[in-house]
Each structure stands twice: as structure tokens, then as C-alpha cells.
Design a protein. Structure first.
Lengths: 421, 290
């Protein structure tokens, strides 16, 4: 492994990037004037568990593209800072990336709240902005040079709606919605509500709990008393851990057939390790899992390479949720620059709007707002999880795809209390 | 809200409040009695939590037992931190409070960075027979981890109350809170008394930190969530009242729990802190302060 590219030092150093106010530059084969790709990325704070795998995947891509001769014959260089998962930090970082570091290409921060303040700046400067898993960040602005690598899709129900559609297809009529009172999860709740209404489902419980709630017994008791058949949960990692634990302790009642939907954290190895088999029965969103219906060219090889680098770097060893997509982001940029023959933002944007890209996560085409033209969020059910060893998640059958129908890889188990056992 | 749900919420609130009480008791001594603006208190609790994680990894120890064992090194840590704070800030004069605030903010920040360097940013948890299980009483299911947290909180509160009322040093700590000059005229050294008091407060944090990781997984930034809550409890109680701190914590826990069970769950922090403002407006010395 090239220590300069993937070394633990580089990853650890990013924790202090914002503090030291100095760019952390990962170099490979420096020759000529490099193509500089700038971004902030959460290495600390609430979303760091996703930021670190994202960074590692981009570094893998940088290593690969430089081995192939770089972009336009120039080496690629990543210039990045830790935004601490803070919306207050990211605007200053991007101003620095543009005015001091003078990066050629701009990639957005990880997470919707951190991404949102960057949008006006990118538009003002006319820069192409490649978003990293922001949810509907361009819905209001409709900036024509914005793209999102996440397979969320443009409509509000594309992500949260999958869970509700699954419930509806199974004949469930009574839906409970409990989400954290924070930007991303409130949007998820709105999507779930909208989908439920359009399908004629009754929303019997609809509450926002305070962000960073640690103890969920009371919330779950209230949910249980509403006797829902499906419970849509939008939560962040700390809350997800609390919810799963409380569910194991006090239960959610015999009426509940499906539970989960939008729980952030269950995509990452550390939380899966911490929760062990308590995740069984939960139905939740994912972007990629090693099931037979998601065999894309190059994905297995990427996941294997990533696992080796992640173990060495102390990063999430599975990396299913974000890492392949962040590698794919590099593949899209690489293909676009190659096709256009320049780094000019307008030309690149025009090409990305019209082309289709072959990546490790399959074919990607972008729609009018820069979201995936054909959304592909999946709902998986945890089944047969034993103990805390996360290596078991590399086998098919642990995260069984239950939605959308064209990607289903196994049987959905219901009701929830039985599926948990 | 039906009656059964309300009773559920009240019981869950008492358990949650017990846990909050365990987290706040050390601060009731450090801030309430010793007048040290210890905003690094939750960060110290987090160090205790990670200590419990390490002790389980190394020796397979129960987290509560680890908390008890860690109380001794935490006492030494408290003595060292107070000595430094006194020498550098407290004895220098009138603006010591504000500068002390900055000092403890820095300590909290350094503690967080150390945890990130040692453990990374991922969540860490512990295993114990009482985690993930519930005591079933008819229709009621009470999480054992919360029962343990509440029980330990009561034990800490009882031990602290006894120490403050029955021991020479404990009474001296209460005296230094009232009039340090008068205490020194009686031949006692207020700085020494405060050093011991701060050490005891920090020792209790080791145990409450262990409860933190019993209640849920921890990550290096978790302390920030609890800063406002523990200060609110100590101020609501009336500075320095141990019994009052427990009662204020139970009150906050019940309010939070009932609000979370209600149709306006997102208003929980506003109602809890609104109560604090109302109490301070009507009774500035706090609910149980003199």
C-alpha cells in the first residue's frame, strides 16, 4: 500500500485539518501541474463514520487514476479539510479551497446540513459541484452544475417512500413516523408522510423527537400505544443505537409488522458490531449490499481492495454504503474530463447531464436537478445475524434486499417481533 | 395521553432522571459548592466511560465495577486539575471565573481530541447482563440498564450526603462554599479543602461515566450533548444541594419522558429549559437552594 496515499497518518491528520488551517494534500506521482480536486469531509463529528470511508474511496480512485496517467496527462491531487460535520465550518473551507488553494474541481461535503451552505457559493462562482450524499440539496436552487453521487433520486419519496411502498404492498395500513428533529431526517419524514398519503395509508403517529435524544423508552411506548403496523424511523447514529436497544428491551408491540426505514448508522460496521444480533428483523435503507441482484462489474474487486485499505487505516471495514459511490464519483469525473478534454465547469456539466457513466455501482445518468435519473435506494432486512463479527455481512443473506421489487434478493420476514428472533 | 402511557412515562422519567442525577452529582460539588466553572465535567465522564470500555476489553470487567476501580485514579486527576486551575487562574483575582471557563473548555476539547486519537470516532459500547434486557412487571417493562443507572445514582448521592454531613472534610467543603475566609481563620486551608473536594467530585465522575456507556454506546463528541443538561440540573436544584440535585434530575427526567410520550415530543428541550428559566425567575436560588 502506498503510505502517502492511504496511510493512517493522512487520515488521522485530517482530524486536525480545520484546526491547523492547512491543506492536507495526498500526492501520487507528482509531475507537472496537478489537477486539484477540493472538498471538505467529515473526519470528526456526527457524520465522521461516513466521511472517513468516503475519503478513503476517493484516495483509492486517485491512486488508480494517477496509475492510468492522471487527468489530461496531469496528476490528480486531493485537497481536503475536516469540516467536523458542521454547517458553520464548511463555507469558510470552501472559500479557502476556491480562493487560496484554487482547486480545479469541487466536491461537496458529506451530509445535507453541511452541504446546504455551499450551494450559493458554488453557484456564484459558476463551479461544478459534485455532492456527496446530500438529500435534495438542489431542490430549491436547481443549480444546473450540481450533481449528486447518491442514488436518492429527485422526488421526495424516492428514498423514504421505498419503505412505505413496501409496507403498502404487504397490505399494511397504519403507519407511525418518528424522526429526529434535524434537517435531513425531517425531510425523510416528510417523504414518508407524502408517500403514505398518496397510497391512502393512515398515519397514526407522527412525531419529531429532539436531535441527540439518548433514551427512547418513552417515545417507543407512545409509538406502541398508537398500534401501528409499520414504523418509519429517521434517526442519526447515536439515536439509532438507542432506538435499537430500547426496542430489544421494551418491544414495540405485536401490531408492528415492519420497523426501520431511515436509520442512519446501520450502514456502518462499528455500529453493527456494537449492536450485534439486535439488528435482526429491522428493515432499513442501503445503497449497496453484496446480494446477487447487485453484482455490478468491478464492485467485488473494489470492496476487497477497500477492505484491505480500511483495515490498515482503521476505517469502517465494510464500507458498503458510501465507499463504492465515492469511488464511482471519481470514475464519473474521470470519464467526463476525458470526454470533454478540459476542466471547464460548464462543458463538464453539460456532458454530465447528457451522458451515461459506467461505474463500480452500475450505470449512472443524471436528471435535471443533478440527482440520479433512475433512483436506486434499496431497503434491506437484517436476517440471521449472529454475534458481533461484522465479517458475516460480506455473505449474501445477512442484508436481504426486500425493496424495490426488481432487486429483491430474499423473503421479507414479518411480523417484526418474530423477525427479530 | 391515556393513563397507562402516562404511568409508563412517569416511571421511565424517574429512571432517566436517576441517570441524569448520577451525571450531575459531581458537578453539584465542583460547581455548586466549590465554585469551579467545570464545563469539562461531561468530558471527564466520557473519559470514565472509555475507561470502562478499556477495562472490559483488557480484563472483561463489568462497567460499574470498572467505574468503582477508576474512581481512585480519577481522584488523583481531579486533584491535579484543580491544583493547576488554582495556581493558574483562581488565585489571580476577580476575572478567574471567566478565564476558568475558558480553561475548562480547553480541557474538554483536549479530552475529546485525546479520545479521537486513542479510540477513533466510531461508537464504543460495553456488554453486561443488564444491557438489552428488561424487568417485566405485568404490562410494564423496565430496562435493567436504566434501573442499574438509577440505583448507582442513589448510591452516589447517599455516599456524598453522608460524606458532606458526617466527615470533617465534607463539612469543611460545605464551609468553604459559605465563607472561605472564615474557614481559614479557623485554621483550615481552603485551597486544600477545595482540592480534596474537587478530587472527590471527579472520582464520582468515573462511576457516572461508566453509567454513560451502560446507558448507550459512546463516541468522543458525546460530552457536548450533556453540558447543558447537567448544568441546568445543578442550577435548578440550587447550587450545592446533593439531595436537590437528585430531585431536580428526577424532575427533568420526568418532564422529558412525559414530553417525549406526548404529541409535541419535539418541544421537549424547550419545555425542560423553559422550566429552568421559570424557576430561576421565581426562585433565583434554585428549587432547593438556601
Amino acid at each position: 500500500m502506498d503510505k502517502g496515499v492511504l496511510g493512517r497518518r493522512a487520515v488521522l491528520a485530517t482530524s486536525f485539518g480545520a484546526t491547523l488551517a492547512a491543506p492536507l494534500v495526498a500526492r501520487s506521482q507528482p509531475a507537472g501541474s496537478p489537477v486539484r480536486i477540493g472538498f471538505s469531509i467529515a473526519q470528526t463529528g456526527t457524520l465522521a463514520a461516513g466521511g472517513r470511508p468516503s475519503l478513503l474511496a476517493r484516495q483509492l480512485w486517485m491512486h488508480d487514476v494517477n496509475a492510468r496517467g492522471g487527468l489530461l496527462g496531469r496528476p490528480v491531487e486531493l485537497v481536503f479539510y475536516d469540516d467536523q460535520t458542521s454547517a458553520a465550518t464548511s463555507p469558510a473551507i470552501y472559500a479557502k479551497l476556491l480562493d487560496v488553494d484554487r482547486v480545479d474541481l469541487l466536491v461537496g461535503p458529506y451530509g445535507t446540513p453541511v452541504q446546504a451552505p455551499i450551494m450559493p457559493m458554488a453557484r456564484q462562482r459558476g463551479k461544478l459541484l459534485f455532492g456527496n450524499f446530500s438529500f435534495r440539496a438542489n431542490e430549491e436552487m436547481r443549480y444546473d452544475r450540481y450533481f449528486n453521487i447518491a442514488p436518492f433520486g429527485a422526488t421526495p419519496d424516492a428514498w423514504p417512500g421505498a419503505f412505505v411502498r413496501l409496507a403498502h404492498r404487504r397490505g399494511l395500513k397504519r403507519l407511525a413516523i418518528m424522526v429526529a428533529d434535524a434537517e435531513g431526517t425531517v425531510t425523510l419524514g416528510a417523504g414518508a408522510r407524502e408517500t403514505a398519503r398518496s397510497l391512502g395509508m393512515e398515519v397514526v403517529y407522527d412525531q419529531r423527537y429532539p436531535f441527540n435524544t439518548t433514551e427512547f423508552s418513552s417515545v417507543l411506548r407512545a409509538v406502541r400505544s398508537a398500534r401501528p403496523e409499520a414504523v418509519y424511523v429517521g434517526s442519526f447514529p447515536n439515536e439509532t443505537a438507542g432506538i435499537v436497544r430500547s426496542v430489544a428491551e421494551i418491544g414495540v408491540g405485536s401490531s408492528v409488522q415492519l420497523f426501520g426505514g431511515g436509520m442512519v448508522g446501520l450502514q456502518f460496521a462499528p455500529l453493527l458490531e456494537s449492536l450485534g444480533d439486535a439488528v435482526n428483523g429491522l428493515v432499513n435503507f442501503q445503497t449497496y449490499v453484496p446480494e446477487r441482484t447487485m453484482e455490478f462489474p468491478g464492485i467485488r474487486e473494489f470492496i476487497d481492495r477497500y477492505a484491505v485499505a480500511a483495515k490498515a487505516g482503521g476505517v469502517d471495514v465494510l464500507g458498503f454504503y458510501l465507499a463504492p459511490f465515492n469511488y464511482a464519483m471519481g470514475q464519473v469525473l474521470e470519464a467526463a474530463v476525458k470526454a470533454v478534454g478540459s476542466l471547464e465547469d460548464e462543458a463538464l456539466s453539460r456532458h454530465m447531464k447528457s451522458a451515461e457513466f459506467e461505474t463500480v455501482v452500475g450505470k449512472i445518468a443524471f436528471g435535471p436537478t443533478g440527482e440520479w435519473r433512475d433512483p436506486r435506494m434499496v431497503q434491506v432486512q437484517f436476517q440471521g445475524v449472529r454475534g458481533t463479527d461484522v465479517e458475516q455481512y460480506r455473505q449474501a443473506g445477512r442484508q436481504v434486499i426486500v425493496e424495490p421489487p426488481e432487486l429483491v434478493s430474499g423473503e421479507l420476514r414479518m411480523p417484526f417481533e418474530r423477525a427479530r428472533r | 395521553m391515556d393513563l397507562e402511557l402516562l404511568i409508563d412515562a412517569l416511571v421511565a422519567g424517574l429512571l432517566l432522571g436517576g441517570f441524569y442525577g448520577a451525571l450531575s452529582l459531581g458537578l453539584a460539588i465542583a460547581f455548586g459548592l466549590l465554585d469551579v466553572p467545570h464545563i469539562a465535567h461531561p468530558a471527564f465522564a466520557l473519559l470514565g466511560a472509555y475507561g470502562a470500555v478499556l477495562m472490559q476489553g483488557w480484563f472483561g470487567l463489568d462497567p460499574v465495577l470498572s467505574g468503582l476501580i477508576l474512581a481512585l485514579p480519577f481522584y488523583a486527576l481531579g486533584v491535579a486539575v484543580y491544583s493547576f486551575y488554582h495556581t493558574t487562574f483562581e488565585r489571580r483575582g476577580t476575572d478567574a471565573g471567566l478565564r476558568g471557563l475558558a480553561f475548562f473548555f480547553g480541557v474538554a476539547f483536549v479530552a475529546e481530541v485525546i479520545l479521537i486519537l486513542l479510540f477513533g470516532i466510531d461508537q464504543r459500547g460495553v456488554r453486561a447482563p443488564y444491557i438489552g434486557r428488561a424487568l417485566v412487571l405485568g404490562e410494564f417493562r423496565l430496562p435493567w440498564r436504566m434501573l442499574v443507572a438509577s440505583g448507582v445514582a442513589l448510591a452516589i448521592a447517599g455516599a456524598m450526603a453522608l460524606w458532606l454531613s458526617r466527615t470533617y472534610v465534607g463539612r469543611a467543603v460545605q464551609a468553604v462554599a459559605q465563607d472561605a475566609t472564615a474557614l481559614s481563620l479557623l485554621g483550615a486551608d481552603p485551597v486544600r479543602v477545595k482540592r480534596i473536594g474537587f478530587g472527590i467530585a471527579t472520582a464520582s465522575v468515573a462511576l457516572s461515566g461508566a453509567l454513560l456507556v451502560v446507558v448507550g454506546p459512546v463516541e468522543p463528541g458525546l460530552a457536548r450533548i450533556y453540558i447543558g443538561k447537567v448544568f441546568a440540573i445543578v442550577v435548578l436544584a440550587g447550587l450545592g444541594s446533593v439531595g436537590g440535585t437528585v430531585l431536580a434530575a428526577l424532575l427533568l427526567g420526568v418532564i422529558e419522558s412525559v414530553m417525549l410520550s406526548s404529541p409535541v415530543a419535539s418541544w421537549t428541550p424547550a419545555v425542560a429549559f423553559g422550566l429552568l428559566l421559570a424557576v430561576l425567575g421565581l426562585r433565583p436560588q434554585g428549587l432547593f437552594g438556601r
